[in-house]
Design a protein around this ligand. Structure first.
Ligand SMILES: [Zn+2]
Length: 478
């Protein structure tokens, strides 16, 4: 071959190599869209969002971008919001690995592009999935996880890191370091208050966000003073309408039972006192993840028949067999106790507008888990947002709680949680305006996440596949 020919061939090859490199960066345009700025509630009408791979490159006119995009999505009359964050889920059950894995696309189909896993017995598997999703090896929502949580000896939960002294605490924190967890979660089933508080202090020293339940032998303020990042479950807030310190000391002295304390928190609740306490917590940067839906499902179990819930087509028999224990545990409740459960739920829900007004960060989370009866993965976050609206929160505040507040809490707001140039392109296109009624989040037209656009058909196909997988798993276990 002559040198000339060789040169020509070389040019030709490099041309194709270059072409190939170019085609790897994919430009997608979502145009004619009403783009919602969750920071302010402003709507940018008739805008085009230019996405390069997984990043928002620009928000401007269709005319400006139309030649730059290889794929165009007409969102005429639609509303674009950031992908939703479910800030409290549990991916759990050692015998439910495949069952849980099959649900990842179901989250995407519900517009949920990020989840925070609040620890479980499957912690190590969840960490693996987190990394696989980040590496684009598995399609699912972005996961932040606590891995496994800190507890006392012989706790009722499976997979806990059980500690009974400071040496063991250090050991377990070293272990969590090695797992590269995203935050530390602590609960109080058997963990004593002093070691609980020490756990908060030590985990904070290592730079972690620290969240959890509130033990009876500590006050919320004890935790807030040590930099507790978030209270999981708004039910604990009812303590703030009482004298927390008196309740704590009486329980420690043995002159007050936990059951009586719970009754007092409800009956003697003082709204003004609680409202003042919320403002104090806001100053100390304590966030709250309300998780109303779980308490509501249990409180109204006698009024709602869940037998025909549509969502059950995605949940295996084995997954749902875990629902029974809470039902059994409540079976012997008296009529008075049942009534109290409802009143308690109503009072907790009523707190949300006060909490919002106080400046505390509300992060929306469902607490969906195999062990949490009728709190369905993915769908229950949308129900949770409806409960927020029923409680009196405004749609914009609710949308914030399920998008940017999660990103802010995790320290990721620079890169995600709103529709802004340079941020991750996690976007949900809705048929209706969620600022009028938050239930518009149920009307998904399409989802963009992980560099891919899924239209309504693609989302429905994900749901079909999940239903199919459930049937297969059930069959294989007969
Ligand atoms: Zn939970």
């Amino acid at each position: 071959m002559s040198l000339k020919k060789l040169k020509f061939l070389f040019t030709l090859v490099s041309f194709f190599v270059l072409q190939d490199a170019n085609s790897q960066s994919k430009n997608i345009l979502i145009y004619n869209a009403n783009v919602i700025d969750v920071k302010t509630g402003a709507i940018k009408h008739n805008k085009a969002i230019l996405i390069e791979n997984q990043t928002i490159k620009g928000i401007d006119t269709f005319k400006k971008y139309k030649k730059l995009a290889s794929e165009k999505i007409d969102a005429k009359g639609k509303f674009v919001i950031p992908g939703l964050w479910d800030m409290h889920i549990h991916i759990e059950g050692q015998d439910l690995v495949e069952d849980n894995k099959a649900l990842f696309p179901v989250f995407i189909a519900h517009g949920i592009t990020t989840v925070r896993d609040a620890a479980s017995d499957l912690g190590l598997q969840v960490l693996k999935w987190r990394d696989e999703i980040n590496d684009d090896k598995l399609l699912g929502p972005t996961i932040y996880t606590a891995g496994r949580k800190l507890e006392g000896l012989n706790s009722i939960w499976k997979g806990d890191l059980e500690i009974e002294n400071e040496a063991q605490l250090t050991q377990m924190l070293d272990y969590l370091d090695s797992l590269k967890v995203d935050f530390v979660k602590i609960t109080e089933n058997t963990l004593k208050g002093d070691l609980f508080l020490k756990s908060v202090i030590e985990a904070k020293k290592r730079g972690y966000l620290v969240t959890g339940h509130v033990p009876y032998d500590l006050t919320i303020n004890d935790l807030a003073n040590e930099g507790f990042s978030a209270i999981e479950h708004a039910s604990y807030l009812l303590r703030l309408g009482n004298d927390e310190i008196t309740a704590k000391t009486s329980i420690l002295k043995g002159t007050l039972t936990k059951a009586q304390a719970e009754k007092d928190f409800l009956i003697k609740f003082n709204q003004e006192k609680a409202t003042r306490a919320y403002a104090e917590l806001a100053k100390k940067n304590v966030a709250v993840c309300p998780t109303l839906i779980g308490g509501k499902q249990l409180a109204y179990l006698d009024e709602n028949n869940h037998k025909n819930d549509d969502f059950q087509k995605y949940l295996t028999k084995r997954f749902m067999s875990n629902y029974q224990w809470r039902i059994d545990r409540m079976a012997n409740e008296t009529a008075e106790q049942k009534q109290q459960r409802k009143e308690r739920y109503q009072l907790i829900a009523k707190q949300l507008p006060y909490v919002q007004k106080s400046g505390m960060l509300i992060i929306a989370g469902s607490d969906c888990a195999a062990l949490n009866t009728f709190v369905y993965p993915a769908a229950s976050l949308l129900e949770e947002l409806d409960l927020f609206q029923k409680s009196g929160m405004r749609p914009l505040e609710i949308l914030q709680s399920a998008t940017m507040n999660g990103a802010k809490f995790m320290g990721k707001f620079e890169k995600s949680g709103s529709i802004d140039i340079g941020k991750v392109a996690d976007l949900v296109i809705l048929d209706e305006n969620p600022l009028n009624d938050i239930n518009a989040v149920n009307k998904t037209f399409g989802v963009f996440t992980k560099g891919q656009y899924f239209d309504k058909n693609a989302l429905n196909e994900m749901l079909n596949q999940a239903a199919k997988k459930k049937t297969e798993l059930d069959k294989s276990r007969e």
